[in-house]
Design a protein around this ligand. Structure first.
Ligand code: ZN
Length: 142
């Protein structure tokens, strides 16, 4: 194999790495992405998308939010609502465990369940919000 072939293979692998969002999380709901991207117009095209999404509703939700505001540092109204939804699920688990249980007395599996329920509740709520809002946002023709 010549060095030209191996260097073009390396370039191809590098390009694949840039365009394949392996291990990236959806910018909206934090689920693993499935190849839907968005690139900041100020970012060089060769670097590929700035953020990735799990679905078209999450992608559309994000692009609509990005169009409305330039900097998203604080939690959005939707993220706060998603956290409130997750709190309800955590409360259900705490109801089962018993509210009198001190945090230090929780078992490892109870802590893991609480975290799973909190993260899952947040992801589901954000995905639901994105899907509901995506229906109302007109599609952008590319
Ligand atoms: Zn998503």
């Amino acid at each position: 194999m010549s060095s030209t072939t191996s260097s073009s293979t390396a370039i191809a692998e590098q390009r694949l790495r840039l365009w394949h969002p392996r291990f990236a999380l959806c910018a909206v709901c934090r689920r693993p992405t499935r190849g839907f991207g968005w690139r900041d117009p100020l970012r060089p095209p060769r670097l590929g998308p700035s953020v990735w999404f799990c679905s078209m509703p999450c992608q559309r939700f994000f692009t609509d939010q990005a169009r409305r505001s330039s900097g998203m540092v604080d939690l959005t109204e939707q993220e706060q609502a998603a956290i409130r939804t997750a709190v309800k699920r955590v409360a259900e688990i705490m109801e089962e465990i018993g509210w009198q249980t001190r945090l230090i007395d929780l078992t490892e599996s109870q802590v893991l369940t609480l975290i799973e329920v909190a993260v899952g509740g947040f992801q589901d709520a954000m995905a639901d919000i994105a899907a509901a809002q995506a229906d109302r946002i007109p599609e952008v023709p590319f």
